[in-house]
Structures are given as structure tokens and as C-alpha cells.
Design a binder for this molecule. Structure first.
Ligand SMILES: NC(=O)c1ccc[n+]([C@@H]2O[C@H](COP(=O)([O-])OP(=O)(O)OC[C@H]3O[C@@H](n4cnc5c(N)ncnc54)[C@H](O)[C@@H]3O)[C@@H](O)[C@H]2O)c1
Length: 365
């Protein structure tokens, strides 16, 4: 019989509640406790009938959990996750991995040192849509990437910005909160990014963080992409508003948010429409659309099932701290490009300063 995993959710805010709901739908895992000093979290724990601890220390000392989902504000990701990892407790940590590259590198070092599983919550990677797209792209169905456009029109309500961290540079803003998902996917599909250019603006909301940005990417393997993102623009053209990943929070419009145009064919997401020519691509001849097959599943559930495998030491993290830190390096380059108005080279060398831990047989963990 499989051992039941007791999971604590740390931070019962917007996404913490998604994890709490997801856990309630799954077998093999159990919501053991919450950690969150805020009154709504205490009330929620009371309603569910589980303890709510005011601090991570209190939870660890209680021995109630053998795994933790960390869904607290970005600047707490390092201190909170480090406490768990040093206590030998595996962590599913919400994205972005940290609020800054320096914190991310410290966390990566702790993960490598302790070798306790740390999975970063780029949940889309667990979505069967992404798996189908990845398989199609990597097997050459669209040929070489020539160009891509990604749009993210997310008209957030004013109440969203009540949480002070969402207005703070280095913590809030759609680049760190939302674009990090798109960067993660583009790297997953097309490999590392060589250079970035960007323009950002806070003209719509007037907050200290940007509300809108236009970004250009050049990939090392060739191919260019543009990304337009805003948390103040209305429109259905965003992954969150089309993919149906979190229907309790977001509608699922019949529109697409990602368009990849390759040397052989085109692909749009999340609808998984492949546009192929009958013979050689020729702009005067019609392309034939077809849907790539997919069996839908809730990515948050698949993510937690994968996390359970990590807790049982049966898998390696699909999204490691190293991979998520590379996303952060790209975001830093985007911010630097927006600030300077110049193209910025993506420098992944800081990752080399943290050497991967090796297994006894010399393979890299
Ligand atoms: N994967 C996704 O789709 C997704 C979606 C939204 C948010 N996120 C990420 O999840 C994290 C949380 O975002 P949110 O929008 O849910 O935030 P939120 O502000 O809605 O909730 C954060 C919660 O954490 C609690 N908290 C703060 N510091 C704490 C601490 N030290 N210990 C315990 N609890 C603490 C707060 O009281 C609050 O209840 C962020 O890193 C964000 O980027 C991921």
C-alpha cells in the first residue's frame, strides 16, 4: 500500500487556496496543516478542521507534515524554503523561484547541498497541452522556429493590488508574476535565449512596478519572438484566460495566446492547432489546420502527483531550482533592457558558480 503523504500549505492566499482545493481532490496525499498568520487563513483551517501554524518553525516542530507547498510572497521564498530543506522536508515552491537572482542562487546552493527535493511551481509544464506541444516541436513538426508571438492581456481588478507586495519592485509586476511562465515555456520549447530587448511602462496604473511591457527575444538556436504583456489590458489573448487551467478563478475563452511560426508549419496554443502546407510552404497556398491530440488533465493535480513522486524519491524535479533560476536571469535581462533601452545578452554563467551535486556513480543530480 502506498504511504500517505502529509502536505502542509504555507501561505493560504490566492494560489495557496488552489493547492488546498487540488489536494482535497487527490488520493495518496493529504492536506495536513496550514502555515499562515493571517486571519482568513486561520478561519479557513478552522473550517477544514486542520491546524494553522503561525510560523514554519512551529509546523516543523509539530512533526505534522512530511512535505510542504510554499505559496507565500516572492521575497519569502528563500527563507521559508530553506527552513524546510534543512529540516529534510521536500518543497513544492511557487514561481518565481525567488525575488532576486542572489536569493535564487542561495536557494539553489541549499537544494544542491541538502539534496532534499525542491520542485518549482511552473505548473504549466505539467499540462498535457504543453507536453503535446513540446513533443511536436522537438520532433520537428514545425521545423526550425522562425518567429513567435506571445500575448498576455490580463486586466487585473483593483483589489488584486491591495496586497502591498504586488505593487513593490522586485516582488510584483507582470514581468515577475506572469511573464516568468511564458519565459519558462519558450525556453522549454526552443532552448536558451541569447539576447533580449524590451520596453516597459507603468502609465496605466501609475504604480512603482510596470503594468505593461513589450519584449523581443533572440534564441541561441535561431528564431525571434515578441511578447506583449499587461495587467491593465482587456482581451482574451492570454494563456490564463484560454487554457482552462484554473476554472475556479479564470474563464477559458476560445482564443489563442501563443503563435509559433516555423520553417515547415505553424502552431498555436493552447488550442494546439497545427497549420501545415500540403507540400513546401508557399504563402499563396492554403495551409491545412489540424488539432494535435491531447488528453486534458488538471496541471495543478499532475504537478502535485509529480511532487508526491519526488517525496517518495521516485523521480527528479521536472522544474528544478537551476532551471527556474535561469528563468529569473532572463527576466533580469529583460528588466535591464527595459531600463537601458539597449539589447542585453542573457548570461547564464552565475549558474555555473553553484556546482550540481553528484551521485555516488558520478552522475549529476
Ligand atoms: N503558479 C501560479 O499559477 C501562481 C499563481 C498566483 C501566484 N503564484 C505565486 O504564488 C505566490 C503567492 O502568490 P499569491 O497571489 O497567492 O499571494 P497572496 O498575497 O494572495 O497570498 C500570500 C499568502 O501568504 C501569507 N504569508 C505571507 N508571508 C508568510 C510567511 N512568512 N509564512 C506563512 N504565510 C505567509 C499571507 O498571509 C497570504 O495569505 C507568489 O510567489 C506568486 O508569484 C503562482
Amino acid at each position: 500500500m502506498r504511504h500517505l503523504i502529509d502536505i502542509a500549505v504555507v501561505g493560504a492566499g490566492a494560489i495557496g487556496r488552489t493547492h488546498i482545493h487540488t489536494l482535497s481532490q487527490m488520493s495518496g496525499v493529504r492536506l495536513a496543516a496550514l502555515v499562515d498568520p493571517a486571519a482568513p487563513a486561520i478561519a479557513l483551517a478552522d473550517e477544514i478542521g486542520i491546524p494553522c501554524f503561525a510560523s514554519v518553525d512551529d509546523l516543523i516542530n509539530s512533526g505534522r507534515a512530511n512535505a510542504a507547498i510554499v505559496a507565500t510572497p516572492n521575497e519569502t521564498h528563500l527563507p521559508v524554503s530553506e527552513m524546510f530543506l534543512r529540516a529534510g522536508i521536500p518543497v513544492l515552491l511557487e514561481k518565481p523561484v525567488a525575488e532576486s537572482l542572489s536569493s535564487a542562487l542561495q536557494l539553489l546552493a541549499v537544494a544542491e547541498e541538502t539534496r532534499v527535493p525542491l520542485l518549482v511551481g511552473h505548473h504549466r509544464r505539467h499540462n498535457p497541452i504543453i507536453r503535446a506541444a513540446h513533443q511536436a516541436i522537438r520532433s520537428g513538426r514545425i521545423g526550425d522556429l522562425v518567429m513567435a508571438t506571445v500575448t498576455c492581456s490580463l486586466a487585473k481588478d483593483a483589489g488584486y493590488f491591495d496586497a502591498p507586495w504586488r505593487r513593490r519592485p522586485g516582488a510584483g509586476g507582470p514581468l515577475l508574476i506572469n511573464l516568468v511562465h511564458e519565459i519558462d515555456l519558450l525556453r522549454h520549447f526552443f532552448g536558451e535565449i541569447a539576447t533580449v530587448q524590451a520596453i516597459s511602462s507603468n502609465a496605466r496604473r501609475g504604480l512603482p512596478v510596470e503594468d505593461t511591457a513589450a519584449v523581443c527575444l533572440a534564441f541561441k538556436a535561431g528564431g525571434l519572438a515578441t511578447l506583449c504583456i499587461s495587467d491593465a489590458a482587456a482581451g482574451p489573448w492570454a494563456w490564463d484566460l484560454t487554457a482552462g487551467e484554473n476554472l475556479a478563478r479564470f474563464p477559458a475563452h476560445d482564443a489563442s495566446a501563443h503563435h509559433y511560426a516555423g520553417s515547415r508549419a505553424g502552431l498555436s496554443l493552447p488550442d494546439l492547432t497545427l497549420w501545415e502546407p500540403e507540400a513546401e510552404p508557399n504563402w499563396t497556398r492554403a495551409l491545412r489546420p489540424s488539432k494535435l491530440p491531447v488528453i486534458q488533465a488538471d496541471p495543478y493535480e499532475v504537478q502535485i502527483a509529480h511532487f508526491a513522486d519526488l517525496v517518495r524519491r521516485k523521480a527528479e524535479p521536472l522544474v528544478s531550482a537551476r532551471d527556474a533560476t535561469a528563468n529569473l536571469i532572463v527576466l533580469d535581462a529583460i528588466s535591464a533592457a527595459a531600463d537601458s533601452g539597449r539589447a542585453v545578452t542573457v548570461d547564464l554563467s552565475p549558474l555555473q558558480s553553484i556546482s550540481p551535486s553528484q551521485n555516488k556513480d558520478g552522475t549529476v543530480q
